[in-house]
Ligand binder design. Structure first.
Ligand code: HEC
Ligand code: HEC
Ligand code: HEC
Ligand code: HEC
Length: 380
């Protein structure tokens, strides 16, 4: 290293003071002692990270060939409590090391060869195809593609995916009052599975209910309050509010009564429903059931491969950007990636760079898809 570069580094270090960046990517230090690092790795880290830098268990990150300055920054974030959860405790061990030892052990892991992929996993990930497959157990009742063929059942096709996820989660988690026995199909589905199903149903064209409806005009007068939230024709853009248009008439009246009687909780709606008599509810159900269902304005998340190109702008750089130390993701452990992305999205792991892309990770299926993609890439 020449004097000029050393001078600049020193100056930068002084300017940085005790800020977050201190120590990360400091070029003025001598190279780490890899042999000493290896000995430390053996006693302190290999139990979890292996000597070859592969996490010994699912969920433990691979460290082999990772960007060295990033590794150091990652340790500092644990120290600063910016990465919380059970994993934070696992990493307490690094507090036993002085800065030189830490640099050596991280230097050791960074100097290792990239790891070959263990499983021959496919990087392919299609929300729609997965949703189609996973929703097969729902079809006997909700119909193939979410359009039921017999009366009395809710149509899930063309429903807002956010609403569907919320409701299905509630049915599953609370064993919900009105519908538990038939929902064994939901047991064992992860949030990612559920979001694939929801995206699949949302993209399918909704068909009118198979049952008979009746005269819609009698119910219109009772729908004045409802359309403020549910849309003039029972189809709205509000992602948390279900579409009612063309929904089964019997299902609608059962549901409306359940909300009125507070069997099903939803505060803001109770006001509109209170005082409605059974007969009026049946008429308003007929009104919405007779409306033509329309496709919702829902843009599915972009394909994983396209998305990954955006991530690669920071994560696949030939040489690390010292101002924004982004780790390599290729070949990383899939469940660790899922854990990390979920933590950014839920605000459990701080990073201004990753916070900006967090909204892309709204659906758990997107997180799963990206993790599947990167874990299947050859590590570099
Ligand atoms: C008891 C198991 C355990 C031990 C021992 C352990 N780690 Fe870890 N380490 C983990 C887990 C689990 C994570 C992931 C934590 C998370 O989700 O944030 C992790 C994360 C890391 C990370 C962050 C990786 C990234 O991609 O952000 C680094 C760096 C690291 N460990 C280095 C070390 C070093 C160096 C040692 C030895 C001094 C060590 N670890 C010892 C379990 C361990
Ligand atoms: C055995 C029949 C049956 C199966 C199988 C079934 N459901 Fe249902 N589902 C129902 C019935 C009946 C209702 C309406 C419940 C009520 O009347 O309270 C319902 C309601 C729902 C709702 C609430 C709809 C709304 O608009 O509020 C969701 C979401 C849902 N089901 C999702 C699923 C998913 C996802 C699957 C497959 C993994 C599934 N169901 C499998 C019968 C079934
Ligand atoms: C303040 C806004 C608001 C008003 C007013 C409102 N709703 Fe709702 N409605 C909602 C929301 C939000 C949900 C979803 C609640 C949940 O998560 O359980 C819902 C759910 C429903 C459902 C369940 C649909 C399904 O697929 O399971 C029916 C039926 C319904 N509303 C009918 C009505 C009727 C009829 C009226 C008028 C008398 C009405 N709503 C007024 C916001 C509203
Ligand atoms: C503007 C640059 C930038 C973009 C774009 C970006 N990231 Fe990151 N990412 C970072 C930085 C910086 C970190 C390290 C943050 C930290 O220390 O926690 C990071 C960390 C991560 C981690 C944690 C890895 C580990 O080893 O702990 C994952 C996973 C991740 N990003 C995924 C993504 C995905 C998926 C995308 C695209 C949707 C993306 N990133 C886009 C800059 C970026």
């Amino acid at each position: 290293m020449n004097k000029y570069v050393a001078g600049i580094s020193l100056l930068l270090a002084l300017l940085a003071g005790c800020s977050e960046k201190q120590g990360s990517g400091a070029t003025s230090e001598s190279p780490p002692d890899i042999a000493a690092g290896k000995a430390l790795a053996q006693t302190k880290c290999a139990g979890c990270h292996g000597m070859d830098g592969r996490g010994v268990k699912d969920g433990i990150p691979n460290l082999a060939a990772q960007v060295e300055s990033y590794l150091l920054k990652a340790i500092q974030t644990y120290d600063h409590g910016k990465r919380v959860g059970s994993s934070g405790d696992a990493m307490n061990i690094t507090k036993e090391l002085n800065p030189d030892q830490l640099r050596n052990v991280l230097g050791y892991y960074a100097s290792l060869q990239p790891l070959p992929n263990l499983a021959n996993m496919s990087a392919q990930y299609s929300y729609y195809d997965r949703g189609e497959e996973l929703s097969k157990p729902c079809a006997p009742c909700h119909g193939i593609g979410g359009n039921p063929s017999s009366a009395g059942l809710p149509r899930l096709a063309g429903q807002h995916p956010q609403y569907l996820i919320k409701t299905a989660t509630r049915i599953y988690q609370d064993g919900a009052s009105s519908m538990p026995p038939m929902h064994e199909a939901l047991t064992g589905l992860s949030q990612a599975d559920l979001s694939n199903i929801a995206i699949y149903f949302a993209l399918n064209k909704p068909q009118p209910a198979p049952g008979k409806t009746g005269n819609p005009y009698e119910g219109k007068q009772f729908a004045n309050e409802c359309i403020k939230c549910h849309g003039a024709t029972g189809s709205g853009d509000e992602s948390g509010t279900p579409n009612l248009a063309g929904q089964d008439v019997k299902y609608l009246s059962v549901m409306i009564k359940a909300y009125r009687d507070k069997v099903r909780e939803h505060g803001p709606m109770h006001k509109a429903l209170s005082g409605l008599k059974d007969r009026e509810i049946e008429k308003v159900a007929v009104f919405f059931a007779a409306e033509q269902p329309t496709q919702i304005a829902f843009t599915p998340p972009e394909p994983i491969v396209d998305l990954a190109q955006k991530c690669d702008r920071c994560h696949s750089l030939a040489s690390p950007n010292p101002e924004m130390l982004a780790p390599k993701l290729n070949g990383q452990n899939r469940n660790y990636l899922i854990k990390a992305m979920t933590a950014y999205r839920n605000g459990d792991r701080e990073s201004s760079a990753m916070h900006k892309v967090s909204s892309i990770l709204y659906f758990d299926a997107t997180i799963e898809g990206i993790a599947t993609y990167y874990s299947a890439q050859a590590a570099k």
